[in-house]
Design a binder for this molecule. Structure first.
Ligand code: B3K
Ligand code: ZN
Length: 881
C-alpha cells in the first residue's frame, strides 16, 4: 500500500513536539513472518504544554496488537491507530506516563529495506531517515532523543548472534532453543540511529585503546567464511579511531564498536550508534576480488561512519532540513582523513572530479536545492551530492576563511557547546563566528542559496605603471523557485606566476581583501589591482579548488600551457591541463557536428606525453591527468543541445591522437610499470597500477591493442588490473574474440561471487554504442542478476543510465524505454532505489530536441504509471516541472 500524502514539509514550520520520550525499552521476538515488537516508552510532556495536548505518534504500515497506557489496557476510545499513526487524544494528566505498544512485523516480506528486514537470512535494520516508524509507533524525528534498552530474542541455531546499539549487558537461554541478549545504550539518541542485527555471522575481532586508555572491543561481522576479507576494513577502522583523536581530539565512547556487513542495502552504510551496518561492498576486499578504488572506498566509508559518532550521533540534527550539519561535515572529515592517509593532491583532484560530475549537474538542473533545503516532500530524496559534497565544500571554505587553527577552535567549541543536542546550521555557523570574531552572515548564503556561482575573470597588465589587474565578476544562475540570487562571499585562492616558475611578488593590492593567497569576493565586481608587478604574470585561479564555482576566464592558451607544466599548486596544474583537454574536446565535438575530421594541436598531445613521463609527479597524479574528462563532463560544459554521439566521437578522436603521438613513450612507460612485487593496496602501489592501466587504455587503440589488453587481462594478478583490462576489451574492442573470451573467463571465474559479478554487469552496461541497451535488457535475465538487490540494480541499470551516454541516450529512445520499464519494476519493491535511479534523467533538458522529446515521454510514462510511491513521484515531478 502506498501512503503518498503529497504533503510538503517546510523548514519554517518546525516546532518542537509537545512530548518527549526520554526512555525507550524494546523487546524483539524475531520471526521472519511474524516478529513481535514490544515497545515500552516513557513519555514526558514538555514543560508548559497543556494536559489536553494530544499525543500523535508516527507509524508506517504498522499492525498494532496491544496498547497499554500507564499499566492499563487501553480502551478502544482511548486511542486511534491507523497503519500510519497512533493518536492518543487524551493522554494521562501526569507529566510522565508509560506507553506499551505491541506491533507485529514481517521482516521477510520487507523488500523496501527500510525498518526491520532480512538480508540472506540475517535480520537487520535501516531506520534513517524514517524507518523506525515501520517498527513501532514513535515520535520518529531526530530531535527526540531517547535512552534505549533493547532485548532481542531468537532461536539460537538460526541466530546465534544478537546485536543492538550500545553495550551488551546480559545474555542467556530461553525455552525451546531460543536465547536472548540485552543491550543498553547510555547515550540519548534519535530513533534513526536505532539498529538491530541477528543471525549467523562470522566475526573478525580486534581492539583499540583510546587516548584516555580505555580498551574498546571491535567487531566486524560478515557472512561466515568471508572473515579473511574484512582485514582491510578493520585496519581502516583502527586508523580512523586514531585519526579522529589526533585531528579533532575526539575519542570513542562505548565499550564496543561493531560493524555488520549485509548484502542487501539501499546505500553505502549507516552510522547507527555503536553498531554500524554496511553494504558488504564497502567491507569485503582482497586483491583477488576488489579493485584499488574499492579499497579506497572502504577506507573512506569506514571512516565516514565512524566519524559520525561525534558529527551526527553525539551532536545530531534538529530536523531533516539540517541534514548537511552531519553529512557535509562528516564528508569533510572523511576527505581530510583520506588526504592524510594517502596523497592530499590526488585526493583533492578526485574529490573535485566527483563534485563536478555529481553535484554540478544537480545544481544546474531541475533538482537543484540549497545545501540546507527549505522544503521537501520525501526526505530520502535529499541525501544528495549537494547536501554531502557541496556541504563538505562549504565546511572547507570555512576553514579557508578562518585558517586551520581557528577552524579547529570553532570545532572544539561546537563539540563543547552542543554535545548531546540536536543542532542546526545556525548553531554550527555561530561557533565559528564566536571562535573567530568574524561575521559569517554573507558566507552563510552557501547553505541557503542553490546554484553554482560563476566567476568571470579577465586580467590586464600595465608595464608602465607596473600594475596587474584582475577584473572579477560573480553571478549565481537562477534555480527552481529561486530566480533572484544574492551576492556570495567566495574565497578564491590564487597565485601569480612569473616566467621563471616562481611566485610573483607584489608590493600592495587593493580592490578586495586579499589574505594568505585568497581573494575574498563579496561584491558583484571587484577590480583587484596588484602594484609593483613588472612583468605580466600567468594567473592561477581557484587553487586547491578553494570554492565550488565555475570559472569563465579569458586566458591565453600560452598561459594555460605554462600553468599545466609549471603551476606550483598541484590541483591548479591538473586543472590547467584538464581545461586544455576539455576545450580541445569541445572543439572536436563541433568539428564532428560540422562533418569535419577533428584535429588537435601537437603541443597538446605532446604535453600529455610529458605529463605521463614526468617522474617528479606521483603516478596517481599522472593517471588522473590522463583520465580525460568523461563524455558527461564535456556535455556539462557544452551545456545545451547535446548530441552524445558527437561528443563520443570527439573524445575518441583526441584519445587516439594522444595515443599515436606518444606511442613509444607510453609503451615504454607501460612496460616499465609492470611489477612482480607482492600486492599491496597502499596509495603509491595503487597509483602505479592506475597509471599503467590508463596507458593500456591509450595503447589499446593502436594496432595490436586487443592482443595487448588480452595479455594484460590473462596475466593480471589482482582485480584492479583484471577489471581494467576487461573494460578496455569490452569498450574498445567490443565483439572481438578477445573481448568475448575475457568476458566469459571472468564470468566463469566469479559466477558465485555477487560483488565481483557486479563489476561484470557494470563493464557491460557501460559499453558505448547503440547496441548496449539490448545487452543490458538480456542481462536482467542473468542468474546472477536480481531486481530485488540494490547493488545488482545499480551495477546494471544504474551504470547504464548514469554512465553510458551513447547507450542510454540512443537516438531512437530505446534506452529510455528500457529504463522507464526497469524503474517501474524496481519501484514495486523498493521505492527509494527506484527514485535514485530516476535521477539519471535530470539533465534531459540539455539534450538536443529529438532526444529531449523522447526523454520527456519516458518521464511522463513513469509519472503516469499509477500508484506511484512518494519517493518516485517527487523526483519525476520535480524533473518535469
Ligand atoms: N546516514 C546514512 C545515509 C542514510 C540514507 C537514508 N536514506 C549514511 C551516511 O551518510 O553516513
Ligand atoms: Zn554520512
Amino acid at each position: 500500500m502506498r501512503t503518498d500524502t503529497g504533503q510538503v514539509f517546510k523548514l519554517e514550520d518546525y516546532r518542537a513536539n509537545d512530548y518527549l520520550i526520554p526512555e525507550t525499552n524494546l523487546t524483539f521476538r524475531l520471526s521472519p513472518e511474524a516478529t513481535i515488537v514490544t515497545a515500552t516508552l516513557t513519555i514526558e510532556r514538555r514543560e508548559g504544554v497543556a494536559t489536553s495536548a494530544p499525543l500523535v505518534l508516527d507509524g508506517d504500515g504498522l499492525t498494532l496488537h496491544r496498547i497499554e497506557i500507564d499499566g492499563r489496557k487501553a480502551a478502544p476510545e482511548d486511542f486511534l491507530a491507523t497503519p500510519d499513526q497512533l493518536t492518543i487524544a487524551r493522554p494521562p494528566a501526569a507529566d510522565r506516563f508509560q506507553l506499551i505498544l505491541e506491533t507485529e512485523l514481517a521482516p521477510a516480506r520487507n523488500e523496501a529495506l527500510m525498518g526491520l528486514y532480512r538480508s540472506s537470512n540475517v535480520y537487520c535494520t535501516q531506520c534513517e531517515a524514517e524507518g523506525f516508524r515501520r517498527i513501532t509507533y514513535f515520535l520518529d524525528r531526530p530531535d527526540i532523543l531517547s535512552v534505549y534498552t533493547v532485548r532481542v530474542e531468537a532461536p539460537r541455531d538460526e541466530a546465534p548472534l544478537l546485536l543492538s546499539n550500545g553495550n551488551p549487558v546480559e545474555a542467556g537461554d530461553l525455552a525451546d532453543g531460543w536465547h536472548y541478549a540485552r543491550w543498553h545504550d547510555p547515550f540519548p539518541k534519535p530513533s534513526y540511529l536505532f539498529a538491530l542485527v541477528a543471525g549467523n555471522l562470522g566475526l573478525v575481532g580486534d581492539s583499540f585503546v583510546t587516548m584516555s586508555g580505555r580498551k574498546v572491543e571491535l567487531g566486524i561481522y560478515v557472512e561466515p567464511g568471508k572473515e579473511a576479507l574484512a582485514g582491510y576494513a578493520m585496519d581502516a577502522l583502527k586508523r580512523s579511531m586514531q585519526w579522529d583523536e589526533e585531528a579533532f581530539g575526539r575519542e570513542y565512547d562505548l565499550d564496543v564498536f561493531n560493524i555488520v556487513a549485509v548484502s542487501d542495502f539501499n546505500m553505502g552504510a549507516m552510522e547507527n550508534k555503536g553498531l554500524n551496518i554496511f553494504n558488504d561492498k564497502y567491507v569485503l576486499a582482497d586483491q583477488e576480488t576488489a579493485t584499488d578504488a574499492d579499497f579506497a572506498n572502504i577506507e573512506a566509508i569506514i571512516a565516514h561512519e565512524y566519524f559520525h559518532n561525534w558529527t551526527g550521533n553525539r551532536i545530531t540534527c534538529r530536523d531533516w532540513f539540517q541534514l548537511c550539519l552531519k553529512e557535509g561535515l562528516t564528508v569533510f572529515r572523511d576527505h581530510e582523513f583520506s588526504a592524510d592517509q594517502r596523497s592530499r593532491a590526488v585526493k583533492r583532484i578526485a574529490e573535485v572530479r566527483t563534485l563536478r560530475s555529481h553535484q554540478f549537474p544537480e545544481d544546474q538542473g531541475p533538482l537543484a536545492h540549497p545545501v540546507r533545503p527549505r522544503r521537501y516532500r520525501e526526505i530520502n530524496n535529499f541525501y544528495t551530492a549537494t547536501v554531502y559534497e557541496k556541504g563538505s565544500e562549504v565546511v572547507r571554505m570555512i576553514r579557508t576563511i578562518l585558517g586551520a587553527k581557528t577552524f579547529r577552535a570553532g570545532m572544539d567549541l561546537y563539540f563543547e557547546r552542543h554535545d548531546g543536542e540536536a543542532a542546526t546550521i545556525e548553531d554550527f555557523i555561530k561557533v565559528f563566528e564566536d571562535a573567530s570574531g568574524h561575521d559569517l552572515s554573507q558566507f552563510a548564503l552557501w547553505y541557503h542559496q542553490a546554484g553554482t556561482p560563476n566567476l568571470t575573470v579577465s586580467s590586464t597588465h600595465n608595464p608602465a605603471l607596473q600594475e596587474f589587474t584582475l577584473e572579477i565578476e560573480q553571478s549565481v544562475p537562477p534555480t527552481p523557485s529561486e530566480s533572484r540570487k544574492r551576492l556570495m562571499h567566495i574565497p578564491l585562492a590564487f597565485g601569480l606566476m612569473g616566467a621563471d616558475g616562481k611566485a610573483v611578488e607584489y608590493t600592495s593590492v587593493d580592490g578586495a581583501s586579499v589574505e594568505d593567497g585568497v581573494i575574498h569576493i563579496r561584491k558583484r565586481r571587484h577590480m583587484v589591482r596588484f602594484s609593483g608587478v613588472a612583468e605580466r604574470p600567468a594567473v592561477s585561479l581557484n587553487r586547491g579548488f578553494s570554492a565550488p564555482v565555475t570559472l569563465s576566464v579569458e586566458q591565453k592558451a600560452d598561459d594555460q600551457f605554462f600553468l599545466a607544466a609549471n603551476d606550483s599548486d598541484a590541483f591548479a596544474r591538473w586543472q590547467a591541463f584538464n581545461t586544455l583537454v576539455t576545450d580541445a574536446m569541445i572543439g572536436a565535438f563541433r568539428q564532428v557536428l560540422g562533418g569535419q575530421q577533428p584535429a588537435f594541436a601537437a603541443r597538446l598531445t605532446g604535453l600529455a606525453g610529458r605529463i605521463a613521463g614526468d617522474e617528479t609527479l606521483e603516478p596517481a597524479y599522472r593517471a588522473l591527468a590522463l583520465a580525460l574528462p568523461s563524455e558527461a563532463d564535456i556535455a556539462r560544459d557544452i551545456g545545451r543541445n547535446i548530441d552524445p554521439d558527437a561528443i563520443f566521437a570527439g573524445r575518441e578522436a583526441l584519445t587516439i591522437a594522444m595515443a599515436k603521438a606518444n606511442q613509444q613513450a607510453f609503451s615504454d612507460l607501460y612496460i616499465g610499470l609492470a611489477s612482480n612485487a607482492a600486492f599491496s593496496p597502499d596509495a603509491a602501489s595503487a597509483g602505479r597500477r592506475a597509471l599503467r592501466n590508463i596507458l593500456l587504455d591509450f595503447l589499446s587503440l593502436l594496432p595490436g591493442g586487443a592482443e595487448l589488453a588480452a595479455d594484460h587481462f590473462h596475466s593480471a594478478t589482482n582485480m584492479t588490473d583484471r577489471a581494467a583490462a576487461l573494460t578496455v576489451l569490452a569498450h574498445r574492442h567490443h565483439g572481438s574474440p578477445e573481448a568475448i573470451d575475457a568476458l566469459a573467463a571472468f564470468e566463469t571465474r566469479y559466477r558465485n561471487d555477487a560483488l565481483v559479478m557486479d563489476k561484470w554487469f557494470q563493464i557491460q552496461a557501460s559499453v558505448p554504442g547503440p547496441r548496449t541497451v539490448e545487452t543490458v535488457r538480456a542481462l536482467t535475465g542473468h542468474p546472477a542478476f536480481s531486481m530485488a538487490n540494490p547493488n545488482r540494480v545499480r551495477s546494471l541499470i544504474g551504470t547504464f543510465s548514469s554512465a553510458n551516454q551513447t547507450g542510454f541516450h540512443r537516438a531512437d529512445g530505446a534506452g529510455y524505454l528500457f529504463f522507464s520499464q526497469a524503474v517501474a519494476e524496481v519501484e514495486q519493491r523498493n521505492p527509494q532505489v527506484a527514485a535514485r535511479l530516476a535521477t539519471a534523467l535530470r539533465s534531459w533538458r540539455s539534450l538536443e530536441p529529438l532526444r529531449q522529446a523522447k526523454a520527456r515521454e519516458a518521464l511522463l510514462s513513469i509519472a503516469n504509471g499509477g500508484n506511484l510511491s512518494a519517493d518516485l513521484r517527487d523526483i519525476v515531478e520535480r524533473t518535469l516541472a
